[in-house]
Design a protein around this ligand. Structure first.
Ligand SMILES: [Zn+2]
Length: 143
């Protein structure tokens, strides 16, 4: 996946919500001067680019386009988790990535959010929309 030469337009970004092929947008080869202040977790149920969890992961210093907001994409790292509830090994893998980035970028647990938290119309990641399941997973990956 090659980096974009230009930033996507908002209408290109909004394609994510319509589940059209954002994958073709790839990612942008910079973040400007934006700090990383959040980690956003997705299921694999819509097209996107993310920093962890896809076959081609976007480098951390680049902007992945995983939600239709320039500012949120430029200030976050995106993770895609497999469909369904995570098995032990996948939960541990997610925990390792999240812990690493929390330490590296000084991100607090309240800034680890689901796509669903940003847009309740997107049931993403689907298996963790239910509050209790998300609270349990969040506690596990951030402790
Ligand atoms: Zn999502």
């Amino acid at each position: 996946m090659a980096p974009l030469q230009t930033m996507p337009t908002f209408s290109e970004l909004s394609c994510i919500e319509k589940e059209t092929v954002i994958r073709e947008l790839g990612y942008s080869d910079n973040r400007g001067s934006s700090p990383i202040i959040a980690i956003i977790i997705h299921g694999l149920q819509h097209p996107m680019s993310v920093h962890y969890g896809m076959r081609h992961n976007v480098p951390e210093h680049c902007t992945a386009w995983h939600i239709p907001s320039y500012i949120k994409c430029m200030t976050s790292l995106g993770i895609a988790i497999p469909k369904g509830e995570l098995q032990e090994d996948k939960r541990e893998e997610l925990r390792a990535v999240v812990q690493c980035w929390m330490n590296k970028y000084k991100i607090t647990a309240d800034k680890i959010v689901r796509h669903y938290d940003l847009n309740i119309k997107c049931l993403c990641p689907e298996a963790y929309v239910e509050p209790k399941k998300w609270v349990d997973l969040l506690a596990y990956i951030t402790r």
